[in-house]
Design a protein. Structure first.
Length: 132
């Protein structure tokens, strides 16, 4: 693990960015739900790519292990913060509704981090093969 503190901070910031955008565009959810549902995964993907690229600058080895760990950590952070807000707040969702409507979208996070981790591992392997 490069930095547990940085990993937690970046996970929180991914959730916060998505939350702020969701609040800002919430009126669209009522008038044009499909657009709202399309915007949110894009926001999460952009935030995840940006923070993953920043995070992986310091990773020097075990790229896949690091990618799986940080992706799952960021996923868990988003869900753990979101659940109480969505289950008890103005949304009043059931756990099943949350999982289908919002929680599944957060699966984008480990998918992206794992993809970046694999790409980084391949780049390092190609670089070391070229150096030999």
């Amino acid at each position: 693990m490069v930095s547990y503190g940085k990993a937690v901070l970046f996970g929180f910031l991914i959730w916060l960015l998505a939350f702020v955008v969701a609040i800002a565009i919430f009126p669209i959810r009522e008038s044009w739900r499909a657009l709202f549902e399309s915007i949110m995964p894009v926001v999460i993907a952009i935030a995840t790519v940006a923070f993953a690229l920043m995070y992986f600058r310091k990773v020097q080895s075990a790229f896949l292990r690091e990618a799986v760990f940080v992706g799952l950590l960021w996923f868990v952070i988003s869900v753990v913060i979101d659940l109480p807000v969505m289950l008890t707040g103005p949304m009043q969702m059931s756990v099943a509704e949350y999982a289908a409507d919002i929680g599944l979208t957060y699966v984008i996070i480990p998918v992206i981090t794992i993809g970046i981790g694999l790409a980084r591992a391949q780049a390092v392997a190609a670089g070391s093969a070229g150096a030999a």
